[in-house]
Each structure stands twice: as C-alpha cells, then as structure tokens.
Design a protein around this ligand. Structure first.
Ligand code: ATP
Length: 139
C-alpha cells in the first residue's frame, strides 16, 4: 500500500541522459488534452505530452523545463517524463532558438509555396520546439 506523502519526485530523461531531477509539491504539464496538475498521491497515469513547458514547484520556487513532447508516467509519487529533448530554463541558448525559429518560418513559407506537406509538417514541429524554448527562457 502506498504511503501518503507531501512530495513527489520528478525526473526528466532524454536519449542524452537525465536532464532534470527534483522533489516537488506540485507538477504542471501540458498533455494532448490540456494542462494537467499533479499533486502528491495523484492516481497513476500515463499520458503523452505536447511540446511545452513543464513546471515543477518546490518550496517557494518553481523550475521551468522546455520539453519536446514525449510522455509522462506517474505512479508511487514518482513522475517520469521521457522526451526526445528537454532543456532547463537556464540551459536554453536563446540565440540558437531564435535562429531555429527563423529557419523554421522560412521553411514553412517555402513548403507552403511548393505544396510540400511533409516538409511543412516537419517545419511546423521545428517551429513549435523553437518557440517553446524561447518562451521558457524568457518567462
Ligand atoms: P537546432 O536546429 O537549433 O539544432 P532543434 O530543434 O533541431 O534545434 P533538437 O533536435 O530538438 O534541436 O535538439 C538537439 C539537441 O540540442 C538536444 O540535446 C537539445 O536539448 C539541444 N538544443 C536544441 N536547441 C537548443 C537550445 N536553443 N538551447 C539549448 N539546447 C538546445
């Protein structure tokens, strides 16, 4: 039987390794169905995530991590997020994300003119990643 606890632990992993690990009193993620807040002792859940920020509250502070999709598994007060890439707020290179955004926007325009649906879809996802990084870095 799981004990009631006032904290949960959050771990974010990518193919490059563990990007983030911390105890938390409240975790907020964005799923395909909208925002989901997770308090300690939440029921077990598995859900896929949008390219968006993950917010991890602990004490009076809140960490923000840009997460590139993936999924979240929560059970026994442990939240594990597995994503292709993820960056903590302080690790985001804003200039790099700005140039990725410009490249993606140019690629979207070209793909639209050429009616190239595959390139368009890839560029739209690249744009979402870049904008997410910029938003997380700046807020
Ligand atoms: P870029 O075109 O700038 O490479 P991308 O969206 O194609 O961006 P990804 O394939 O998602 O990049 O990520 C490749 C690696 O680079 C990952 O480890 C990711 O965390 C890191 N990364 C990508 N963009 C940034 C950034 N702006 N700041 C810090 N790390 C980044």
């Amino acid at each position: 039987m799981a004990d009631n606890s006032s904290v949960l632990s959050v771990s974010i992993v990518t193919p490059d390794g563990r990007v983030y690990e911390h105890e938390s009193s409240f975790l907020v993620v964005t799923t395909k169905l909208g925002q989901l807040g997770i308090l300690p002792n939440h029921v077990p859940i598995i859900t896929s995530l949008e390219v968006d920020e993950v917010r991890v509250k602990h004490g009076d502070s809140e960490d923000k991590i840009a997460v590139n999709g993936g999924f979240l598994e929560f059970s026994n007060n442990t939240a594990t997020i597995v994503a292709d890439s993820a960056e903590r707020q302080d690790d985001i290179d804003v200039a790099r994300a700005e140039s990725a955004r410009q490249r993606a926007e140019a690629s979207i325009q070209k793909a639209q003119a050429a009616h190239d649906a595959d390139t368009l879809a890839r560029a739209q996802v690249a744009l979402r990643r870049a904008v997410n990084r910029i938003n997380v870095a700046k807020h």
